[in-house]
Ligand binder design. Structure first.
Ligand code: NAD
Ligand code: DAU
Length: 354
C-alpha cells in the first residue's frame, strides 16, 4: 500500500492511473478536492478496490495518523499543493498553509509512524516529496541548466512555499533520519491539466474563439515534460533513488512561450480548423506576470545516470497526444470551468467520497 496525497489533481491523478495500470499495489489517495482536485480524473478507477479515496486535508494531523494506522503504507508520494503561480501572487496564504504547514504535518505524522515500525519495515519506508524547478529561481540566456547543486532562489510566493517545503523535507532526513527523496521537475503538460496553466488554457480558449493571453513579450522560456514521463521518473526514484537525495526531472525541451502557443495553434488548425481563420489570430499580448521568471531549464543528467530514466515522449509526440486528449474531452474542460464536476462527484460518490 502506498499513500498518495493530491492524487485527484493533474499530476497526482496521472500518477495514480499509471501506478494501477503498471502495478497491483493499492493506493490510498488523500485529497482535499480544492478547485484543482477532480474525482472525474479518476473515473476509470470507480469500483476498483485497489484505489481508496479519502477526502481530507494534509494539514489534518489526526486524519493522517488514522490513515497511517489503518492502511500501514510502505511509502508516501506527496503531490498535494497549491500549484498555480498567478494564484499565489493574488492569494499567498493558501500556499503557505498547504505547501509549508501541510508538508510539515505530513513529515511529523510520517516520522511518528516510521519510528514505530520494526527494522525491516522501517528500512523499506520512503517519503517522496514532489517539487518543482521553480525553487532554483530564474536563469539568464547563457546560464547552464539547473543542476541539483544550484542554490535555491525562489521568486514567487508559490516557489518560496515549495522551497520551504523542500527544506523541511531535507531537515527531517538530516536531523531525524526520515528516509526521504525529493524530485524537482520542470513544467508538465498532458491530460487532466486544469485550464488555468498555459497549454490547456490556450487549447480551451482557442477552441472557444477567445483571446490567447501571452504575458509580457512571450519570450519567457520553460522546459516542458509530458506528464507520463514525470510519473515514470517518480516511480524510478521511489524504487531506486538514494535516500536523502534530490533528483531533477526535465525533458531537455526548452521553449519560449510564444513558440508553445504557435505550436498549439498550428496543431489545432490541422486537427480542428476554425472557419473564422487560423487560431494564431487570437494571440493577444497582455500585462506581464509580476516577478515573472525569465527562464527555467533542467539538467537531468543525475536521474539519467543513476536510475536510467529518460523521457519517452518528445515534445512533438507529447503535445499531439495532449491536444488529441483535449479535443476528445471537451466535456471535461466545460465541466471544470463550470464547476459541474462537483455535481458529478455528489452524484457518483455521495456527500463523502469513499
Ligand atoms: P494541481 O493543482 O493540479 O493538484 C493539486 C492537488 O492537491 C489537487 O487535487 C488538490 O485538491 C490537492 N490539494 C490542495 N491542497 C490540499 C490540501 N491542503 N490537502 C489535500 N489535498 C490538497 O497540481 P499539479 O500540477 O498536479 O502538481 C502536483 C505537485 O507537483 C505539486 O506539488 C507541484 O508543486 C508539483 N509540480 C508541478 C509541476 C507542473 O508543471 N504542474 C511541475 C513540477 C512540480
Ligand atoms: O516549472 C514547474 C512549474 O510549472 C510548476 O511547479 C507549477 O506548479 C506549474 O504551474 C508551472 O508554473 P509556470 O508558472 O511555469 O506555468 P504556467 O502554465 O502558469 O505558465 C507557463 C508560462 O506561460 C509562464 O512563463 C507564464 C506564461 N503564461 C501563462 C499563462 C497561464 C502566459 O503567457 N499566459 C497565460 O495565460
Amino acid at each position: 500500500m502506498i499513500l498518495v496525497t493530491g492524487g485527484a489533481g493533474f499530476i497526482g491523478a496521472n500518477f495514480v492511473l499509471d501506478w494501477l495500470r503498471t502495478n497491483d499495489e493499492p493506493v490510498v489517495n488523500l485529497d482535499a478536492l480544492t478547485y484543482a482536485g477532480n474525482l472525474e480524473n479518476l473515473a476509470a478507477l470507480q469500483g476498483d478496490r485497489r484505489h481508496i479515496f479519502v477526502q481530507g486535508d494534509i494539514c489534518d494531523r489526526a486524519l493522517i495518523d488514522r490513515l497511517f494506522a489503518e492502511h500501514r503504507p510502505r511509502a508516501i508520494v506527496h503531490f498535494a499543493a497549491e500549484s498555480h503561480v498567478d494564484r499565489s501572487i493574488h492569494g499567498p496564504a493558501a500556499f503557505v498553509r498547504t505547501n509549508v504547514e501541510g508538508t510539515f504535518t505530513l513529515l511529523e505524522a510520517a516520522r511518528a509512524y516510521w519510528s514505530a515500525l520494526d527494522g525491516a519495515e522501517q528500512a523499506a519506508f520512503r517519503f517522496l516529496h514532489v517539487s518543482t524547478d521553480e525553487v532554483y529561481g530564474s536563469l539568464g540566456p547563457n546560464d547552464p541548466p539547473f543542476a541539483e547543486t544550484k542554490a535555491y532562489e525562489p521568486n514567487s510566493p508559490y516557489s518560496a512555499s515549495k522551497a520551504a517545503s523542500d527544506h523541511l523535507v531535507r531537515a527531517w532526513h538530516h536531523t531525524y533520519g526520515l528516509p526521504v527523496l525529493t524530485t524537482n521537475c520542470s513544467n508538465n503538460y498532458g491530460p487532466y491539466q486544469f485550464p488555468e496553466k498555459l497549454i490547456p488554457l490556450m487549447i480551451a480558449n482557442a477552441l472557444a474563439g477567445k483571446a490567447l493571453p501571452v504575458y509580457g513579450d512571450g519570450r519567457n522560456v520553460r522546459d516542458w515534460l509530458y506528464v507520463g514521463d514525470h510519473c515514470a521518473a517518480i516511480r524510478e526514484v521511489l524504487a531506486r533513488g538514494r535516500l536523502g537525495e534530490t533528483y531533477n526531472v526535465g525533458g531537455w525541451n526548452e521553449k519560449p512561450n510564444l513558440e508553445i502557443v504557435h505550436t498549439v495553434c498550428a496543431l489545432l488548425d490541422e486537427l480542428r480548423p476554425d472557419p473564422a481563420g487560423p487560431h494564431a489570430r487570437l494571440i493577444t499580448y497582455v500585462a506581464d506576470r509580476p516577478g515573472h521568471d525569465r527562464r527555467y531549464a533542467i539538467d537531468a543528467h543525475k536521474i539519467e545516470r543513476e536510475l536510467g530514466w529518460r523521457p519517452a515522449e518528445t515534445f512533438e509526440t507529447g503535445i499531439r497526444k495532449t491536444i488529441a486528449w483535449y479535443l476528445a474531452n471537451q466535456d471535461w474542460v466545460a465541466d471544470v470551468q463550470s464547476g459541474a464536476y462537483r455535481e458529478w462527484v455528489a452524484r457518483n460518490y455521495g456527500d463523502r467520497p469513499a
